[in-house]
Design a protein around this ligand. Structure first.
Ligand code: ADP
Length: 199
């Protein structure tokens, strides 16, 4: 199953991607995590993207597409994956579709996490990552508005909105029921009981 989780910064899609990946036994691919790994390890790529991440701007050029393409080609992503933070632009969506089309696949679900800005800001400030300062958060929210339009425009018919309020367990359950029968089948009977069981 090929799933995209989209939503504003701070909405909790990283946490939910991680849980869902464990439940469905498919990899969680987060472009933000991949970039942060490169930064932490001082790679050339890390050095070239750091200033954009610190400013809350999208990393320009094809670096993001490349890093995702490489990750998607690994064996563990053949049966499916959860993409978190990708695609964020029309070009990225086209690249993703092309990679999948080459192997006869397509994106199955796009889940759009929705939460009001006040709650987002308080979650982000509580998390306190280095790009979670007030100015950068504001910029990332603005950048996200454009991403949202792009995603809706491109994947419209397979986009489902998800209410991202409540506890981690509540959102996890809501996410599973939103993904529906296909996912429950992939999980088998046991995992289907509740979000709690997966945490
Ligand atoms: P959040 O969704 O909370 O803003 P992410 O971890 O997804 O955080 O992304 C952090 C930063 O990494 C972004 O602000 C951007 O600089 C960079 N980034 C992540 N994904 C992409 C992408 N698909 N294209 C360009 N830049 C990206």
């Amino acid at each position: 199953m090929r799933i995209i989780l989209s939503g504003p910064p701070g909405v909790g899609k990283g946490t939910q991607s991680h849980l869902l990946a464990r439940t469905l036994k498919i990899p969680h691919i987060s472009t933000g995590d991949l970039f942060r790994w490169h930064i932490a390890n001082g790679s050339t790529l890390g050095k070239s993207v750091k200033s954009y991440i610190d400013a809350g701007e999208l990393v320009p050029g094809v670096a993001t597409e490349r890093i995702v393409a490489e990750r998607l080609l690994r064996d563990d992503a053949a049966a499916g994956f959860i993409l978190d933070g990708f695609p964020r632009t029309y070009d990225q969506a086209r690249v993703l579709d092309a990679i999948l089309a080459r192997r006869g696949d397509k994106v199955d679900h796009v889940i759009e996490f929705v939460l009001d800005n006040a709650e987002l800001e308080s979650r982000l400030l509580a998390r306190g990552r280095s790009d979670d300062t007030e100015d950068v958060i504001r910029r990332r929210l603005t950048v996200y508005e454009k991403e949202r339009e792009t995603i809706l425009g491109h994947y419209g018919p397979i986009v489902t909105e998800l209410d991202a309020s409540g506890s981690v367990g509540e959102i996890a359950e809501r996410l599973l029921s939103t993904l529906g029968a296909q996912v429950l089948q992939a999980m088998g009977v046991h995992g289907a009981r509740s979000g709690q069981a997966m945490v």
